[in-house]
Design a protein around this ligand. Structure first.
Ligand SMILES: Nc1ncnc2c1ncn2[C@@H]1O[C@H](COP(=O)(O)OP(=O)(O)OP(=O)(O)O)[C@@H](O)[C@H]1O
Ligand SMILES: [Mg+2]
Length: 456
């Protein structure tokens, strides 16, 4: 199994509707602070989420599942993302939406399996013999090409490494020169070279150069302590999916044969069940030997009622396997039909046997004053000015309709204000956009009143 060049395949995404959320906002006893870390109210659900975070951190919860259930706009997605914030970036958190499984190219279960493995981390600890230090010189030595011709080749490279304790000059193989170039190593960088494999890792720029004029963002690291040649504990955090991808790719080299191979083979070979089994085997071996540690993360499936009976069955089975993440579901459905089983009605659209093994956290509708706090918070996040009167109108409206509706009215209202030549949102702006954009309830009312005018 290849673990040297594993790339991080975490999904990057912007969830702009939730950018104000920074965590669960709990005190040291795990009690929810009414307004903290960008969250307002919903205390019970937040405290429950706090316990879930503790269980995940103490690794007591592999293979378990949680369901957030509540009416639309009550903060289910928001709290799930707050859990991710609390866990930090060392614990994998993989968000997905139920409907993502429907693709014409990939099997439903394959989509689920991939996300499952994105949510399981592996921390690999290895003690390696390395040469580490700040690069003081870097000079390739060239000789005539022994095969003939006019070109010159690098016969070896001389590199100087400095630590707080001393300096050392190394004469290295030309192959290592290539990896030095790949990592873009320059004089003044702090690097380490693995003695066995010759792999080069650039850790950052040395502190001594911190004042130099630099346009690019750089990470500055202190001058390493100890000897240049030493044993070093190297820690790598990867997910099982990272390992799948790294091992499924055709392994290209520098020689012509593999170049040809790359041209003829498709870019990415498929991740097969067989490959996954093999990787699991190696992973288990590493865990037994104490080299690696399993970090079960979180798979968050929003809008879980979008899954169908086939995927539910698959999920249920996957939760039983030895290596499983914690799965968090969220839904705003009450009693409804399970997809793919057209006559079975079940709570939240989830089969009863799966439902039976879930811990359910409910979210409740917000009070008027909580809605007011959230609107204020969103206005600050979006950089909008809101007059007190406008805020009152909005929060009253929110109590009658939904939180989501009034939060969404903010941007159009600010545009209306701008058109009227103002920088802050007034009551009139709210009234204006309220007339232009309906909420779901009023829209439904109009539909029933004017039934005969619409097509069926
Ligand atoms: N307690 C809260 N504090 C601060 N902001 C919140 C809170 N609850 C919800 N929000 C914000 O209100 C909006 C709607 O909430 P969210 O999307 O989490 O609702 P939901 O329960 O997932 O709804 P749905 O069932 O429709 O998916 C989001 O912008 C969210 O960030
Ligand atoms: Mg949601």
């Amino acid at each position: 199994m290849k673990i040297e060049e594993v790339k991080n395949t975490a999904k990057t995404q912007r969830i702009s509707a939730h950018t104000h959320i920074k965590g669960l906002g709990l005190d040291e006893n795990g009690n929810a602070i009414q307004f903290a870390a960008g969250l307002v109210g919903q205390e019970m659900a937040r405290e429950a989420a706090g316990i879930v975070v503790d269980m995940i951190r103490s690794k007591k919860m592999s293979g378990r599942a949680i369901l957030f259930a509540g009416p639309p706009g009550t903060g289910k997605t928001a709290i799930a993302l707050a859990i991710a914030q609390e866990l930090g970036n060392k614990v994998p958190f993989c968000p997905m939406v139920g409907s993502e499984v429907y693709s014409s190219e990939i099997k439903k279960t394959e989509v689920l399996m991939e996300n499952f493995r994105r949510a399981i981390g592996l921390r690999i600890k290895e003690t390696k013999e390395v040469y580490e230090g700040e690069v003081t010189e870097l000079s390739p030595l060239e000789t005539e090409n022994p095969v003939g011709g006019y070109g010159k080749t690098v016969s070896h490279v001389v590199i100087g490494l400095k630590t707080a304790k001393g300096t050392k000059q190394l004469k290295l193989d030309p192959l290592i020169y290539e990896s030095l170039q790949k990592e873009k190593v320059e004089v003044g960088d702090v690097i380490y070279i693995e003695a066995n494999s010759g792999a080069v890792k650039r850790q950052g720029r040395s502190d001594n150069y911190a004042t130099e004029f630099d346009l690019e963002a750089e990470e500055y690291v202190p001058l390493p302590k100890g000897d240049v040649h030493k044993k070093k504990e190297v820690i790598q955090d990867v997910t099982l999916h990272d390992l799948d991808v790294a091992n499924a790719k055709p392994q290209g080299g520098q020689d012509i044969m593999s170049m040809m191979g790359q041209l003829m083979k498709p870019k990415k070979t498929e991740i097969t069940d067989k490959l996954r089994k093999e990787i699991n085997k190696v992973v288990n071996k590493y865990i037994d030997q104490g080299i690696a540690e399993l970090v079960p993360g979180v798979l968050f499936i929003d809008e879980v009622h979008m899954l169908d009976i086939e995927t539910f069955t698959y999920l249920h089975r996957a939760l039983e396997t030895a290596i499983a993440p914690i799965v968090i579901f969220a839904t705003n459905r009450g009693q409804c039909v399970i997809r793919g089983a057209e006559d079975i009605i079940s709570p939240h659209g989830v089969p009863l046997d799966l439902l039976d093994r879930l811990l359910i956290i409910k979210t409740l509708p917000y009070s008027r004053s909580e809605i007011e706090q959230i609107i204020k918070l969103r206005a600050v996040t979006e950089g909008l000015q809101l007059e007190d009167e406008a805020l009152t109108v909005l929060s009253e409206l929110g109590a009658r309709t939904t939180l989501r509706y009034v939060v969404q009215l903010l941007t159009p209202a600010s545009l209306a204000a701008k058109i009227n030549g103002r920088s802050s949102i007034k009551k009139e702006d709210i009234e204006e956009v309220k007339r232009l954009f309906l909420d779901a309830k009023s829209s439904a009312k109009i539909l029933t009143q004017q039934k005969d005018k619409f097509m069926k």
